[in-house]
Design a protein around this ligand. Structure first.
Ligand code: ASP
Ligand code: MG
Length: 458
């Protein structure tokens, strides 16, 4: 790949033109008001050819969900009230965004079209098909305002409707061939440096308007990146990447420069919720790096997530509380086969997922993170032996590369935590992770100690 070849001449040679592109996805808060939209418009003008993927303005999809509930109840007045709020909020945004009176009027007219479209659903029975059409309005609006704004400031761009290329199949999986061929066709038909399209929305295999589920814009960006073989997929938020520790608990944290997709996935469970593992799957499969960037500090590198491992060291720690540990102790477990399967089946029947597990010859300890009543689960487990339940536990997860194969990491972790009682240790499950179970009350202490002992931070 030749990353310097993004000049206009290369636009004519098809393969280069597609391969050099990047994807830039901006979430709802990044387009949350006029000032933010203007900022995003400045960020996309870095001279690289790209597809900009936008979420709806923050709060919009939530309100649309509320509106669909009112529509099901045929509560027309409530729908009108919500639309009234939208009118106020968006009028304000439009007035702040555009300079030119004509553009303001034009934007207001476009918005009216969307509001009236939504109101038209109050006329008769409301169906799930129409529900998805209503939910699609947020991204249609944000991309249309953004494109108009680029136009006003003299930046040429082409708006691609995601409904013309993004499609899911019968299994709700992206229809790769369809997406790829249609996206290429649309790009070939209208060559530009900047394309703008909607995240989240798509068509289903019936051709109806559908979506990739809440928060699906990251997924859109990753699917689009894979479809065109993009050089990278950038996910812009207001956080400068994944941090090495929980900033809510430890003051002195730093962004992680590089992570593998595996390492990022290990962290996802622990509230490092910037990225859902399944949403980066298409990029991962096509070996396209995903870069987490911050609109507040665009000059910072952020976090690069790729398939390429880097360094043999610990990169991050994370913790999750509200964990319950369950220990099942039984003489019948010794030298028996099928014992674990029987226990797992109980969890399966109760639809409770297990996170950590450790075994001894005569006992097994498991953790779950449900807050629901587990008394019937515990009753059923009691047939296998004595059951002990410890609530208010916390999983601390230590993530990095080669933690397991390089000597010294485990010793360092344990000596750092020498003052904290460890209830369970899970080591060797993957080469990227060590998980520890501690009392919730020790969480702060553990994260702080690890920050000092492992990362030399305060
Ligand atoms: N706007 C959609 C949502 O709020 C999709 C997204 O922002 O990722 O869920
Ligand atoms: Mg999001």
């Amino acid at each position: 790949m030749n990353s310097t070849n993004t000049s206009y001449t290369s636009l004519n040679s098809h393969p280069f033109y597609i391969e050099n592109m990047i994807i830039q996805k901006f979430g709802g808060t990044s387009v949350g008001n006029a000032e933010c939209i203007k900022h995003v418009a400045s960020l996309v003008q870095d001279g690289r050819q790209k597809i900009v993927v936008l979420s709806a303005v923050s709060g919009t999809t939530n309100r649309l969900v509320e509106i669909t509930k009112c529509l099901y109840k045929q509560d027309k007045q409530a729908v009108l009230d919500h639309i009234g709020e939208f009118r106020i909020e968006y009028s304000q945004l439009v007035k702040e965004l555009f300079q030119n009176e004509q553009h303001i009027a034009q934007a207001q007219e476009i918005l009216e079209g969307h509001w009236n479209h939504i109101i038209s659903f109050t006329l008769d029975m409301f169906t799930p098909f129409e529900e998805r059409t209503v939910l699609a309005q947020g991204e249609l609006i944000s991309t249309s305002l953004f494109s108009m704004y680029l136009n006003e400031i003299g930046v040429s761009s082409v708006r691609l409707s995601a409904l013309d290329f993004m499609r899911i199949d019968q299994q709700n999986e992206p229809d790769e061939w369809y997406i790829k061929s249609n996206l290429k066709r649309l790009i070939d038909n209208d060559k530009a440096l900047i394309y703008v399209t909607q995240g989240f929305i798509c068509r289903n295999h019936f051709g109806e308007v559908d979506n990739l589920k809440r928060g699906g814009s990251d997924y859109s960006a990753s699917i689009i990146g894979a479809a065109i073989g993009a050089e990278e997929v950038q996910i812009w938020t207001d956080i400068d990447g994944m941090h090495n520790n929980d900033p809510r608990i430890v003051k002195d944290t730093k962004p992680i420069e590089r992570l593998t997709f595996d390492e990022a996935a290990e962290l996802a469970y622990f509230g490092a919720k910037i990225l859902h593992p399944s949403s980066v799957q298409p990029a991962r499969k096509s070996n396209i790096p995903v870069v987490l960037k911050s609109t507040l500090n665009p000059e910072k590198k952020g976090t690069i997530i790729s398939n390429e491992p880097s360094g043999a060291f610990i990169k991050a720690v994370a913790a999750k509380d509200g964990i319950t540990a369950i220990k099942i102790k039984s003489g019948r477990m010794l030298l028996a086969y099928g014992f674990l399967r029987q226990i797992f089946e109980v969890f399966e029947r109760h639809r409770v997922s297990i996170d950590m597990i450790t075994t001894s010859e005569v006992a097994v300890s498991l953790t779950i993170d449900t807050l629901e009543d587990i008394s019937s689960l515990v009753d059923e487990l009691s047939q296998f032996g004595s059951v002990e339940v410890d609530k208010n536990q916390c999983i601390v997860c230590i993530v990095g590369h080669l933690i397991q194969t390089e000597p010294g990491h485990a010793a360092k972790i344990f000596s750092t935590l020498s003052d904290i009682p460890l209830r369970m240790i899970s080591y060797g499950g993957s080469k990227n992770n060590v998980s520890l179970l501690i009392n919730e009350s020790d969480k702060k202490g553990a994260l702080k100690a690890l920050n000092v002992g492992i990362f030399n931070l305060s």
